[in-house]
Design a protein. Structure first.
Length: 300
């Protein structure tokens, strides 16, 4: 049983990795808000039967609905920047930057916002221990290498998409924090359904009449990638991940996320022919070492 969950978890991580390449393929096919709208619609439709089959209920408390409304807003901003950045940026580099920097931002914000404390060497509680400081410093160093800040101008940051991806990593840290808080009282599947439904509602005013410019159904490439992003990546892979968390434990399941940066880079290089830059590999490795240090500190 454990082996089956781990196999499904590996498959889910590879699916997540492919979402960067999938997004890149359709980033210029339509406006970011329009593509994101359809992704949210597909996700909601795919998640609705899962709510039913898992025995959950669509009716939730006002407080839970408020969390979903907030989470939907934050996730929508993240996803919008995701598509905007992919218009000019490399999918592989984006996958490495976002997935390696997000846990570092999440750890830092959790300690600062929620005042979580860890016992230091003297046995006293501290917001940041020596291991934390080292991990965060390495994370910052990894981010500097990934962004290649030593020779990037303001224009290059925007054109390369890296600034958008860095902001994506920061925003997704807030997505993680709100999700952790919300799912203490509501199922992750129900929560996911509502945040995607809210996302579609938030985007409607921005889509407006441009919905008439939606690519025709004959554009199979566009609709396949919408299906991949909305149903396969968001609904299926996310459900598999959180099921694994329940069965294997959060520490063991979350360690599989380390698969994502490398496979995202490999998929983009293989399918899109994107170059694998030394700075991307080096920066990603430094950031992953930082994440491992911070995870060990969190588990103490």
């Amino acid at each position: 049983m454990r082996l089956r969950h781990e196999i499904f978890l590996i498959v889910a991580m590879v699916i997540w990795s492919g979402s960067w390449t999938s997004g890149k393929l359709i980033a210029n096919s339509a406006g970011a808000e329009l593509t994101l709208f359809w992704r949210c619609v597909f996700s909601s439709i795919a998640l609705a039967p899962l709510v039913y089959f898992t025995g959950e209920k669509f009716v939730i408390a006002p407080r839970q609905l408020a969390w979903a409304a907030l989470g939907g807003g934050i996730l929508t901003v993240y996803s919008f920047l995701f598509f905007v950045g992919l218009k000019t940026g490399y999918a592989g580099a984006a996958g490495v930057l976002v997935t390696s920097m997000n846990p570092i931002f999440t750890y830092f914000l959790t300690r600062v916002i929620f005042k979580q404390r860890t016992k230091n060497a003297s046995g006293h509680g501290a917001t940041f221990t020596g291991r934390d400081v080292l991990g965060l410093a390495l994370g910052l160093g990894g981010g500097v290498v990934l962004l290649e800040v030593w020779h990037l101008s303001h224009d290059q940051l925007l054109i390369g998409g890296n600034l958008f991806f860095l902001v994506c990593a920061l925003i997704y840290a807030f997505v993680t924090i709100t999700t952790n808080a919300a799912t203490k009282t509501v199922s992750i599947i129900v929560y996911s359904f509502y945040i995607n439904a809210f996302g579609a509602l938030y985007l409607l005013p921005f889509v407006g009449r441009s919905i008439l410019t939606t690519p025709d159904l004959s554009d199979t490439g566009y609709w396949f990638n919408i299906f991949y992003l909305g149903v396969i990546s968001n609904a299926f892979a996310t459900t598999v991940y959180f099921t694994a968390v329940a069965k294997l434990g959060s520490a063991r399941a979350s360690s599989y996320i380390f698969i994502v940066p490398a496979t995202a880079l490999a998929i983009a290089a293989w399918y899109l022919g994107e170059p694998v830059k030394t700075t991307t590999v080096l920066g990603g490795l430094i950031a992953l070492i930082a994440v491992m240090l911070l995870r060990k500190a969190a588990l103490k």
